[in-house]
Design a protein around this ligand. Structure first.
Ligand code: 3PG
Length: 403
């Protein structure tokens, strides 16, 4: 329902590309360039078609102020390296300096503008700021799925002012996500981990409507177990969510979604690297111990069940994977999902910040069918929410009779 780059006549046009260059950075050094690498094909394709590419992005959360450490300058340099061609940079994203730099572009050139969040109008989705951004383009291409849950001027507002298109990464994200949850090959399962039900309530509510099996893992599982009256010792859990957990379990039953909870656990008395740990069955967790990972029987149970599925959606680790040895269940299940995926038996789509680092830690991030670049947007999509950055492409597409 929206236009893509397929039939875009871009030669000589000023194309504003909304990328998500919000990459992790430590002491000025980019620690993970995945988002840059994944948006690069769209920029290359446009430049190859003779467009004058003007890249927009936010970086971090400067809250409407100029924060020099949050400049996109070093990220623009990295983009140049990835593209294998020079990339110009202007330390502004609207106004006369930008206009002059854009006017100087030749067909096939790439220019990165400064962090859109240096202006308060960005997050406020101020129409005047969106117009000022739109001044520098003839066409808008949104390739920032991972920022599409934000109704900001550069993700949503500007699409009202210019003919708008979905970029290649946006297309890839949407088709992978819809193949996983909207039109999946069944049976479909979801691994949902994390520490709190309270933050993933809407997500679970939506997912139980769509999947056949839901594996609840991580500390979130403790709340479900405790809600059934099973002692979980000192484990992290939400006592005020027991009633909610029971309702979810009931609703899942009504919808024909089977919830699978851990049957054993790795427990320890302290949460630190190398802490003395042991395995016990669920129901036998000592009063002074806490669950920090799923146990080997749970891994076996999940892995057996994975073999019966055709599609798997993965969000959240099985345990406290950042600290060894509590990464074992996450690693073992990730490796089995990767093996089944590589064998063509399972389509695995994973996303959400922690999930991607967990899969990397297991060494299998590149072996899944699709790993989303999105954190918060992936979660909102799992919640079944409308993402404003995508909705505006759809509605403008509908107006054009593309539906
Ligand atoms: C992300 O990293 O999830 C996106 O870039 C959005 O960033 P935000 O949470 O600061 O809006």
């Amino acid at each position: 329902v929206f236009r893509t780059l397929d039939n875009l006549e871009a030669r000589g046009k000023r194309v504003l590309v909304r990328a998500d260059l919000n990459v992790p950075m430590h002491d000025g050094v980019i620690t993970d360039a995945t988002r840059i690498e994944r948006v690069a094909p769209t920029i290359s394709e446009l430049a190859g078609k003779g467009a004058r590419v003007v890249v927009l992005s936010h970086f971090d959360r400067p809250k409407g102020k100029v924060v020099p450490s949050m400049s996109l300058h070093p990220i623009a340099e990295k983009l140049g390296e990835v593209l294998g061609k020079p990339v110009a940079f202007v330390p502004e994203c609207v106004g006369p300096t930008v206009e002059a730099a854009v006017a100087a572009l030749k067909d096939g050139d790439v220019l990165v503008l400064e962090n859109t969040r240096f202006h308060a109008g960005e997050e406020a989705n101020d129409p005047a700021f969106a117009k000022a951004l739109a001044e520098n383009g003839d066409i808008f291409v949104n390739d920032a799925f991972s920022a599409a849950h934000r109704a900001h001027a550069s993700t949503e507002g500007v699409a009202h002012d210019l003919p708008s298109f979905a970029g290649r990464l946006m297309q890839a994200e949407l088709s992978a996500l819809s193949a996983a949850l909207e039109n999946p090959e069944r049976p479909v399962g979801a691994i949902i981990g994390g520490s709190k039900i309270s933050t993933k309530l809407d997500l679970i509510g939506n997912v139980i409507e769509k999947v056949d099996t839901l594996f609840i893992t991580g500390a979130m599982a403790n709340t479900f177990l405790a809600a059934e009256g099973i002692a979980v010792g000192k484990s992290l859990q939400e006592a005020d969510m027991h009633e909610t957990a029971r309702k979810i379990a009931h609703l899942a039953q009504e919808k024909g979604c089977e919830i699978v909870l851990p049957v054993d656990a790795v427990v320890a008395r302290e949460f630190k690297a190398g802490a003395e740990s042991s395995v016990c069955l669920i129901g036998e967790v000592p009063a002074d111990a806490m669950i920090l990972d799923a146990g080997p029987r749970t891994v076996e149970l999940i892995n057996e069940r994975l073999a019966t599925l055709k599609t798997l959606v993965w969000n959240g680790p099985l345990g406290a994977f950042e600290i060894e040895p509590f990464d074992r269940a996450t690693v073992a299940v990730a490796q089995e999902a990767a093996r089944l995926t590589q064998a063509g038996k399972l389509r695995t789509v994973a996303g959400g910040g922690d999930t991607v680092s967990a899969l990397r830690h297991a060494g299998v991030a590149s072996e899944m069918s699709y790993v989303s670049t999105a954190g918060g947007a992936f979660l909102e999509w799992l919640e079944g929410k409308i993402l404003p950055g995508i909705e505006v492409l759809r509605t403008t597409g509908q107006q054009l009779g593309l539906d």
